[in-house]
Write a protein that binds this ligand. Structure first.
Ligand code: ZN
Length: 436
């Protein structure tokens, strides 16, 4: 896009005056950021770094690495026997201009072919411009929008200023494999704790954070890099929320084996209203053990609470259900070992659902005004549950274990049909006006 605001115009003008990446940097990248590769082809090892080829001493060809006998390079053996292939890596140059801290991202390609020296190419694909407040604006080349890869660079497109929300894109978070050691940083960064290391954090993220975020500054100054890395790299961290506890850990030099678990444990401590300012709680000797213990306790408490709520709900539903279906209570038909009776209690719906593994309770069939639910039993065991429509006086469904019919299915249907008149008679009772 074209620069519009004053700051965009300033950055674009400064960028044009920036010296090109020096050739020494490219030479350094070629030596530093790539692996050395070898392939095994037709019984010979080929060094793709110096072009040397030789016959292996032993027949064993399963080695992952081998040393080149000419250039002494430690070669990674490429799995498939390809004629040529390429490797792409990122590196960065960290420099300053005017008041800006700049991180220049270089994308390098190494093309390799059997019996040839590798060919390299280097393109500066992004420039992150960080002002003293830690605000970042990025110049970037375009990428191919039709590619599956988010970083399919169009190497011949110009470096253009990008909108502010470029920081939300995956490209912004590209972390170079190595940073060119000849660094130039703003003096304020040194004051804020930056020495020379990036700790595998993308330089644009580390440096901008150190300029605008006192948490990042405290973490880098504490020397406990794993906290800093977690803070700046985890999308799901809550260091700010747990800041008081983090400070206790830093002071005690407490090593966290798993930050996700530790933060989860902080939430549990909060849930149990424990003192988060106490090292006793926030720096447990065995984090996993304490975490699991609290998880279990919370689950127990939640279960008790749930059961209490369920009991209340059942009690409430019972009153309503009895009011609606009272006139059918006591109905019972028996024939040849099968007994069919009306469910009278909500707890019976629960038992029926549990023993036949269907949803008569969970789906709240006791709420259905037009339905009468009956249970068919053999030897005191539920075998099928029957739902009857009161308005149509017909069976809606009749199901056994896991909603399948039982061996008594026909007999049950028969028994119900024969006794429908009894249910109909009780319906009449319902329609009679109440007598005071
Ligand atoms: Zn070699």
């Amino acid at each position: 896009m074209k620069p519009h605001t004053a700051i965009e115009k300033q950055i674009v003008a400064l960028s044009e005056s920036l010296a090109p990446i020096p050739p020494e940097m490219h030479t350094w990248a070629e030596k530093t950021i790539f692996l050395k590769w070898g392939v095994l082809s037709r019984g010979k090892f080929h060094c793709l770094d110096c072009g040397h080829a030789w016959k292996p001493e032993s027949e064993k060809q399963s080695a992952k690495f081998t040393a080149c006998s000419a250039c002494k390079g430690k070669l990674k053996i490429h799995g498939c026997n390809q004629v040529h292939f390429k490797e792409i890596e990122y590196s960065a140059v960290v420099t300053c201009l005017s008041d800006f801290q700049i991180v220049r991202i270089v994308c390098s390609t190494k093309q390799m072919k059997k019996n040839c020296l590798p060919a390299y190419s280097h393109t500066e694909v992004m420039q992150h411009w960080i002002n003293p407040k830690g605000e970042v604006r990025t110049l970037s080349r375009s990428t191919n929008v039709f590619s599956h890869a988010y970083d399919a660079w169009q190497y011949y497109s110009p470096l253009e200023i990008r909108p502010k929300d470029f920081q939300k894109s995956l490209k912004y978070r590209i972390s170079p494999y190595r940073v060119y050691p000849r660094l130039k940083v703003l003096p304020v960064l040194k004051r804020n704790g930056f020495k020379t290391a990036f700790y595998d954090i993308a330089p644009q993220i580390l440096l901008s954070s150190l300029l605008k975020d006192s948490i990042a500054e405290t973490l880098i100054k504490s020397g406990q890099v794993s906290w800093l890395r977690y803070y700046l790299q985890s999308a799901d961290q809550h260091i700010m929320r747990n800041w008081e506890a983090v400070k206790i850990c830093l002071k005690k030099n407490y090593i966290v084996s798993d930050f996700g678990i530790w933060e989860d444990y902080m939430e549990l401590l909060r849930w149990f209203k424990k003192d988060l300012n106490s090292a006793l709680y926030v720096c447990p000797e065995n984090l996993n053990f304490e975490h699991d213990k609290l998880v279990q306790r919370k689950q127990q408490l939640q279960r008790i609470k749930y059961l209490k709520k369920m009991r209340l709900e059942i009690l409430e539903a019972q009153g309503l259900y009895a009011e609606q279906k009272k006139q059918f209570f006591g109905l019972c038909f028996t024939q040849a070992g099968i007994t069919i009776s009306v469910l009278e209690k909500i707890s019976e719906f629960l038992e029926e659902g549990d023993s036949l593994k269907h949803c008569v309770f969970t789906n709240g069939y006791y709420h259905k005004k037009d339905s009468l639910i009956l249970s068919a039993k053999s030897c005191n065991q539920s075998v099928e549950t029957i739902e009857l429509s009161l308005s149509r006086m017909e069976i809606i469904q009749c199901r056994g274990l896991k909603n399948k019919p039982s061996i008594h299915h026909k007999q049950i249907l028969n028994l119900i049909s024969k006794n429908l008149y009894q249910i109909r008679e009780r319906m009449k009772k319902r329609k009679m006006p109440a007598v005071n």
